[in-house]
Each structure stands twice: as C-alpha cells, then as structure tokens.
Design a protein around this ligand. Structure first.
Ligand SMILES: [Zn+2]
Length: 476
C-alpha cells in the first residue's frame, strides 16, 4: 500500500494496516466498537502524548496516577484540559511526539481565518484514515468508477488523502489543478467528458464554480453518478440543488479537518457515521461536556485522536457544531450517525432574528421551477438593504428577479431584498471551504474594506441597485 524502501518501516506499516483492517472488518459486520478497545487505545495515545511538549503539564501526571488507569473513558478524559483552536495554532509543533523528519508529508490548516496549524501525516495515521474512509466508500464505489478529485488547497492533506483512498479501492482517479481565482475549467470539463468521470470529490462551491463556468461558456454542465461533497457545510437544499444540476446522487462524503483527520464518513444511505474506532468524541455546550455514546445529542465537537500518535490531539475543540442523530441507520452499521450544523460564526444575527445558510439556500434553490435556475449566490448587506447577486443557468426574463426576490424575502423580514443576476460572482464565493459561509458568501458593507472585496463589475451593480432604492453609497 505504501511504497517504502526501508524494510523495518514497510513491515511496521503492514502491521498497522492488518490490525486496523481486521478491526474495520468487524465494524462492517455491524459490531459496535468495544469500550475496552477504545480505553486501551486511549492509554496508548496518552503514553505517546506524554512525549509532546504541549501536554507536559497534564499527561505525565495523569499516567502516573495508577488509580486513573482503571477508570472509565469519560473520567480519564475529564482529567485533561480542553484544547482550544487558538492554542493549537499557536503551538502546533508542540503536539509532535516524533521529530519532523519522521512524518511522510507536511501539511497545514488553511490559516485563512487565523494562524495555520501544522498537520503533517505519518505512515500510521495515513493508513488508518485511508482504511476508515475506503471501507465506508467501498460500500457504494467499485473498481471501474473514475473519480475526479477537485480540491484546491496549497498545503491541505485532503487531495492526497482521497487519492490514497481511490488507490486502496482500485479506482482510477485524477487530480487536476485549477487556478484559485480565475478558475479556467475548460481542461477539467474536457477530461470529465473524455474519461467518462462518474464520481466527483470536492467542495460544493468549487463544483458550482465549474458548473457556472460551463454555463457561461456554452459548454455542457458535467453529469456524474455520485458527488462526494466535503469541506463545507452542505445542507439538504444544497444537496438537492447539486443533484438536480448534475444528475448525480449527492452525498456529504466525509467530515473532518486537516488537523483531526476524518471523524465521520458517509455510508451508502448518505448518512455520516462517526469513526469511533479512531476517535473519542465529546460534545460541549452550556450544560458541559459529554462523551458521544450514540444517544441523540448536539453541541460543539471535541476530538481526541486515537490513531494519530505522531501528533495526538487531546480534547481539541473543533468549533464545529454537530448533531448526533441517535437512531440506527438502515445500512446496519453500529457507528452513530451525525449531521453537521455549521459553525456558530456562520450564523447571521440581525435585530429581527438569526439567519443560517440553510434558510437562504432552501428558499433560493427550489425544485421544478420553470424559470431560470440560480446556480450560485452572494449576499451584499447595507444597513436594511440586501442585494442578492446570483448567477443563473440561462438568461432570465424581465420579471424573474422580482419573482425570485419575493420567494426569498421571508428569510430576511427586517430587510428589503433585491435580486440581481450577474455573469460572474466574486472569487470569494468559491472559498467557502476555507472561509466558511459567512465570510465567503455574505458581504456586509458596514465592514471596512468590504467594497474592496468586490470586483469592479459587481460593486457597480451593487451601487446602482442601492441608488435605485434611494441609498447613496460611495465604494472605495
Ligand atoms: Zn449508514
């Protein structure tokens, strides 16, 4: 599975692979992950963590406590402090338990919303993560499928990780690059067509940008059998929208982050199953912290990695809000099902109430409308005016913008909303994976510098729209 010259390293990798594959085989017969196994793995990971500078104050003392060794999982974890994101990004190298030279590849978190965290991959965690994802996807993918990995991230582990998954599954994959900002997709569209690519892996905003490019250049919108969407909050409206546009079954493929690895993976039913064989997960809210045991619950996801001995994360606060569904999935797996609820920072708060991404998208993207369809959107807010900039699949008729505005007006009861079709959106709209929804799709002109984030053609449309409403603005 890994081509490595050094025999000892190759044998160690083979051992890790065999051990994990046999555990996963049990899980895929429907067995739950035994608590004793998780507790044993936790003790092993704590032993590794005791070598890391970041945990020098907490872990060695915990390990020295003989009584603690006999305690249940929740109690052992409860003795450790929570690790906030800011602390990890300030000291990410201090989580390393081995010298940097022992990792396979160096990666970092995107760092667009704060300092980047180092997230290198080692042999063992690459193997475990690949088997975790691969065995879930093997339930609905098979050799003969052709997969396109369209992920743009200079130092992100995801593109390579998915490439390994397809190698593991014996599926041919391609991983072309597209310029971040200009996004010329003609070569990718040609490859999809020529190679009969039937599986897409990537972020929804990237797929939308490609579809938008095809529509604008008179090219056929690509069709797929399956979309495995990652890296962004994807609600039911977005899944339906992308499925309608591409004819594919749209699934949230996996969930996780560069620093934690993949904490949940989809089954054939489109349900994200938590990978409890590799993580102890907790939920945090104003009531406190609970270990995820499969019961219905929700809160901020707190992650302890059981299979990342090179740089263990202990009680890492991800900032992601999730919901554990609490009912078994029809696929037969005993791993609990979760749904993503985005990030708290991605909620728009107005005097009249809050608005979430799903509220906007379920109003904007509707089934079976005979009208031009909205491909993608951005919201520009100026006090109590909102200009919704949209791209469409075909040229809309005269009354279209008003009809669309009246369809979504109820989402913003305290604002006046105008819809304006445009040819191209700001490159910002394709950065949801890095920035989150609010920073990539919502521009508040009350923020200093907001105008400069709009290309000239769009700031002209916004200015003209606001002026037609009697609002005078001066773009900088
Ligand atoms: Zn399932």
């Amino acid at each position: 599975m890994l081509l490595m010259r050094d025999e000892a390293r190759r044998l160690a990798a083979a051992r890790t692979f065999r051990r994990h594959q046999s555990l996963i085989a049990d899980i895929h017969t429907g067995s739950a992950v035994p608590d004793e196994l998780r507790l044993q793995k936790l003790h092993e990971i704590l032993a590794a963590a005791s070598r890391a500078e970041l945990y020098a104050d907490s872990v060695p003392a915990l390990l020295a406590d003989d009584v603690m060794r006999l305690r249940p999982l929740a109690e052992v974890l409860g003795a450790l402090p929570l690790l906030p994101r800011s602390e990890l990004s300030a000291h990410s190298h201090a989580t390393f338990t081995v010298p940097l030279g022992e990792f396979l590849h160096y990666y970092e978190t995107s760092g667009t919303t704060g300092p980047a965290s180092a997230a290198p991959k080692a042999d063992d965690d690459l193997i475990v993560n690949t088997v975790n994802i691969g065995e879930m996807w093997a339930r609905f993918l098979s050799p003969g499928d052709i997969a396109l990995i369209l992920i743009i991230g200079a130092l992100a582990p995801a593109p390579y990780q998915f490439e390994k998954v397809f190698e593991y599954l014996g599926i041919t994959s391609l991983r072309p690059t597209v310029d971040y900002i200009d996004g010329d997709y003609s070569k990718v569209l040609r490859l999809i067509d020529e190679l009969s690519v039937n599986v897409f892996v990537g972020a929804p905003s990237r797929l939308l940008a490609m579809i938008q490019f095809a529509a604008r250049h008179g090219l056929a919108v690509p069709r797929f059998d399956r979309l495995l969407l990652i890296a962004e909050q994807v609600g039911p409206a977005c899944l339906r929208h992308l499925s309608r546009l591409t004819g594919a079954e749209a699934l949230v493929g996996s969930f996780g982050s560069s620093e934690t690895g993949t904490t949940a993976v989809t089954c054939e039913r489109g349900q994200l199953h938590l990978q409890l064989q590799s993580y102890v997960l907790e939920l945090l809210d104003e009531r406190g912290v609970r270990v995820v045991d499969g019961a219905a619950d929700s809160g901020e996801l707190v992650v302890t990695t059981l299979d990342l001995p090179g740089r263990p994360l202990l009680r890492y606060r991800t900032g992601d809000l999730i919901e554990v569904v609490g009912t078994p999935c029809a696929c037969g797996l005993a791993l609990p099902v979760m749904r993503t609820r985005g990030r708290e920072s991605d909620v728009l708060a107005f005097a009249g109430g809050t608005v979430r991404q799903e509220d906007v998208e379920s109003a904007l993207w509707v089934d079976g409308s005979p009208d031009a369809a909205v491909l993608n959107y951005m919201l520009v807010i100026h006090e109590d005016e909102i200009v919704c900039l949209v791209t469409t699949d075909v040229l809309p008729d005269n009354g279209w913008a008003d009809r669309t505005a009246s369809r979504i007006a109820h989402v913003f009861p305290a604002h006046h909303l105008t819809v304006r079709p445009v040819e191209v959106l700001s490159p910002l709209a394709t950065l949801s994976g890095d920035l989150g929804w609010k920073l990539s799709r919502v521009l508040d002109l009350g923020d200093i510098g907001a105008w400069s984030r709009l290309p000239t053609s769009l700031s002209h449309v916004v200015k003209e729209t606001l002026e037609s409403r009697g609002v005078m603005v001066c773009p900088r």
